[in-house]
Design a protein around this ligand. Structure first.
Ligand code: ZN
Length: 62
């Protein structure tokens, strides 16, 4: 689980200015859901792992 988590962060850093907010939100969502499922996010073109219990990654969950 830790390995997937770290890998996700490395692929999810678009710009420095957006990093802090995205990282904080990402972290919060992952914690709230207890980690990632084995499925990929349902958003077309998104290769991020989905959160446990839902079909979307932290970036596309609302
Ligand atoms: Zn996504």
């Amino acid at each position: 689980m830790d390995r997937e988590y770290n890998y996700a962060f490395k692929t999810e850093v678009p710009t420095l200015s957006a990093f802090d907010f995205k990282k904080a939100n990402f972290d919060l969502e992952v914690h709230k859901h207890g980690g990632f499922s084995n499925d990929t996010c349902m958003i077309l073109g998104c290769e991020q792992k989905a959160l446990k219990g839902i079909a979307f990654c932290p970036n596309h969950k609302l």
